[in-house]
Design a protein around this ligand. Structure first.
Ligand SMILES: Nc1ncnc2c1ncn2[C@@H]1O[C@H](COP(=O)(O)OP(=O)(O)OP(=O)(O)O)[C@@H](O)[C@H]1O
Length: 322
């Protein structure tokens, strides 16, 4: 088990992380989300042992002491995939993946490289030099290299950020399934809500140097404590109860995702259509309610200036009242 106790860090005066504490079981997958600059990468570097903290980090009974105590920073059983992939550019894809594998058993090494090439869908490019690869291909090689010596804990910083949409979904399913199958614990720092929602067992939200919210991704999504957390999962509306039900005098806030608001043929919240954006599955429509923008999804674009009625289920409003 990984255990962090009061982990704090500052590059200069300003604290980047303050008293971060959490636990992660073997084989568990944690996503760390939060706005850019909130300290996600710094947290991974602290755990890997590239930065020093006065707090405590343990793997089972062993305390991970960090760079002030280790001549070579980094822990053997942890692999860290940074945002800059750190590949050996003159070497081939296969040689990069095998870089940390022992040469003592050449056939085993060959088999392992072959297995990992399949996981990251790079078999056809095994002999190509890393310097000739695209950014997304280099990221896949770096991912395979991080997995090569089966870590007990894998730290991934935006692991699919350079990979095209077409390949990303399939690759992501494969990689996370592989981690589960091999019981490898993993922390993913990510901006991508699919990483955070679909694959993580739990999620930590960072803000103002602290753990701002934590929980099962589905709970955080369905019951976002506030607009900041909800907005990490996509577009979001923050309305008052009075906006939704004019007969109510309460100004309590209600967080709603665009897909939770529908067009109504009968009465509802009267809004003026401003813009429509096609996003593939449907259209995102922006509307104005007095001086507030409300976003919702619809299966067609709407003419700007048109007055329409919107509705939201009463149960949903009740469950989101803050
Ligand atoms: N080497 C450094 N020296 C000084 N400040 C740094 C250094 N690295 C990062 N920072 C600052 O620390 C803060 C946290 O950075 P970090 O990279 O951990 O954020 P992040 O959440 O991973 O951001 P992003 O989502 O954009 O990757 C930022 O304000 C950043 O400018």
């Amino acid at each position: 088990m990984l255990k962090l106790k009061n982990v704090s860090f500052a590059y200069a005066e300003e604290p980047i992380l303050k008293n971060i504490s959490f636990k992660l079981d073997k084989g568990e997958l944690l996503s760390v989300i939060g706005e850019s600059g909130c300290g996600k990468s710094t947290l991974l570097k602290l755990i890997y042992g590239l930065l020093h903290t006065d707090g405590n980090i343990y793997w089972d009974e062993k305390e991970l002491l960090g760079p002030n105590f280790n001549l070579v920073p980094g822990e053997d059983f942890i692999k860290y995939l940074a945002q800059d992939f750190d590949l050996m550019l003159p070497l081939s894809v296969a040689d990069n993946i095998g870089k940390y594998l022992s040469n003592q058993f050449p056939q085993q090494k060959k088999n392992r490289i072959k297995e990992l090439l399949e996981v990251v869908e790079m078999t056809d490019l095994a002999d190509k030099k890393a310097k000739l690869l695209s950014g997304g291909q280099q990221q896949r090689v770096a991912l395979a290299r991080a997995l090569a010596k089966k870590p007990e804990l894998l730290l991934l910083d935006e692991p699919f950020s350079h990979i095209d949409h077409f390949r990303k979904n399939n690759l992501r399913r494969k990689v996370f399934a592989y981690l589960k199958e091999q019981n490898i614990a993993c922390i993913v720092a990510t901006h991508d809500s699919t990483d955070a929602l679909s694959f993580a067992d739990k999620t930590i939200v960072l803000k103002n140097a602290k753990i701002y919210a934590t929980g099962h991704p589905e709970d955080l999504y369905k019951n976002p404590p506030n607009k900041y957390v909800a907005s990490l999962f996509g577009d979001v509306n923050e309305l008052s109860l009075q906006d939704l039900k004019p007969e109510e005098k309460s100004r309590k806030k209600v967080i709603l995702y665009p897909q939770e608001i529908r067009l109504s043929n009968r009465k509802g919240i009267k809004v003026e259509v401003k813009e429509s954006w096609f996003n593939g599955a449907n259209w995102l429509i922006s509307t104005m309610l007095k001086n507030k923008t409300i976003y919702f999804y619809h299966d067609a674009s709407l003419i700007a200036g048109k007055m329409v009625n919107l509705k939201v289920s009463d149960e949903l409003i009740a469950s989101r009242l803050k």
